[in-house]
Write a protein that binds this ligand. Structure first.
Ligand code: IDP
Length: 162
């Protein structure tokens, strides 16, 4: 959880990405994960979990009281979720660009939601929206030993500036 203040700086962040139950049901796991891998992001943790109501309520606590909150909790607990941790340059804002707008009917073509979804209540994927939320969400969904630290041979081809 560092902050990448200026676009174009070289700071590396971690984020939490979850493929929601509709992504699993629709068989889109490979397609969505592929987009993060092809971008050059570094996978640190991955697990298939049936989240409890309590976990989802904590994850979405900022939305408590919103009209869509109950539906959102029901949706997120309706089946297994693929939870993941990724690292990369400016990954928090960059992964949200890959996802597209929250409402898939407004998401740009080329984005995950723009290409693959139509409904805000079935928008396939979650990505943390700030460094503080990324660390909070990683801590909610993962034990420390489930997040790996490994070095990739391709690193210099993806990350070096010159
Ligand atoms: P985000 O997932 O793009 O960060 P948030 O505003 O944090 O968007 O909303 C969290 C999730 O709540 C959304 O991804 C979506 O699943 C759901 N949601 C948000 N707004 C609505 C709504 O108006 N109707 C139904 N579901 C919504």
């Amino acid at each position: 959880g560092q902050t990448c203040s200026a676009p174009g700086d070289s700071c590396v962040e971690r984020t939490f990405i979850a493929l929601k139950p509709d992504a699993i049901q629709r068989g889109l796991v490979g397609d969505i994960i592929n987009r993060f891998e092809r971008k050059g992001f570094h996978l640190l943790g991955l697990k298939f979990v049936q989240p409890s109501r309590q976990l989802v309520e904590k994850h979405y606590e900022e939305h408590l009281g919103r009209p869509f909150y109950e539906g959102l909790v029901n949706y997120m607990t309706s089946g297994p979720v693929l939870a993941s941790v990724w690292e990369g340059k400016n990954i928090i804002s960059s992964s949200r660009s890959l996802l597209g707008a929250t409402d898939p009917s407004k998401a740009a073509p080329g984005t995950i939601r723009g290409d693959l979804a139509t409904q805000v209540g079935r928008n396939l994927v979650h990505a943390s929206d700030s460094p503080a939320n990324a660390e909070r969400e990683i801590g909610l969904w993962f034990q420390p030993e489930e997040v790996q630290s490994w070095s990739r041979a391709l690193k210099k081809w993806i990350n070096e500036e010159n």
